[in-house]
Design a protein around this ligand. Structure first.
Ligand code: NHR
Ligand code: GAR
Length: 202
């Protein structure tokens, strides 16, 4: 199955997906970044994957930016859009155009801690457990149906950095697993609100 991957930064999840691509029947048609200095762009180039940088500064609205994104992705003719550390909120225009085809990995046990700074927020709340979530992307930020989660223990000695590293290690296992369910056509979004695996509600 053909997919496009959207990134903004380091791209360690992108790397993990590249490394698993053959095993999970995934063909990465392109990697798109909204930041020109994203290290993930270099990772993609090293793997001979086409890259695009879209500069938000040359568009005067979120819709104008997302229209450019839509036109690139439409030409790629992909069945799946994978957000992997993509840090820009997507407009309803984009979400409706690709409804049911967008996955995101978020560094918290959603519905806890949508948005940013999730690791520090888990530490500040003295949580004993933290983790990562893969969900379908819908209009409401980080509120799309949850597909699967990985949990880590939070130690009293953990810092934001050490916790982020522990969570990332699990993300690198979690995301390829869920993407494989999708490429096998076992995973669907029904009526914008329900994720199903093998026809059963998750
Ligand atoms: N778009 C929609 N419509 N729905 C979601 O669930 C989305 C989304 C776009 C990205 C990833 C998300 C995350 O996993 C994601 C989910 C960016 C922000 C944000 O506040 C929040 C959550 C996520 C991604 N972005 C700021 C913005 O104004 C910019 C922040 C920055 O550049 O540092 O776009 O966490
Ligand atoms: C990951 O922890 C991912 O869950 C998180 O950013 C990191 C990206 O790392 N995503 C978000 O916060 C989305 N807003 P990576 O670039 O090394 O894959």
């Amino acid at each position: 199955m053909k997919a496009v991957i959207l990134i903004s930064g380091n791209g360690s999840n992108l790397q993990s997906i590249i490394d698993h691509a053959d095993k999970i029947d995934l063909q990465i048609s392109a990697v798109i970044s909204n930041r020109d200095n994203a290290f993930g762009l270099q990772r993609a180039q090293s793997a001979n994957i086409n890259t695009y940088f879209i500069d938000s500064k040359i568009f005067n609205s979120r819709d104008a930016f997302d229209n450019e994104l839509i036109s690139i992705i439409d030409k790629l003719d992909v069945e799946l859009i994978i957000l992997a550390g993509y840090m820009r909120i997507l407009s309803p225009l984009f979400i409706n155009h690709f409804s049911g085809k967008i996955l995101n990995i978020h560094p918290s046990l959603l519905p806890k801690y949508p948005g940013l700074n999730t690791h520090q927020r888990a530490i500040d709340a003295c949580d004993k457990e933290h983790g990562a979530t893969v969900h379908f992307v819908t209009e409401k930020l980080d509120e799309g149906p949850i597909i699967s989660q990985e949990t880590v223990q939070v130690d009293t000695t953990d810092t934001e950095k050490s916790l982020a590293e522990k969570v990332l290690e699990r993300e690198h296992i979690l995301y390829p697993k869920v993407i494989h369910w999708y490429t096998q056509r076992r995973l669907k979004l029904k009526n914008e609100v329900t994720a199903t695996l093998d026809g059963k509600k998750i």
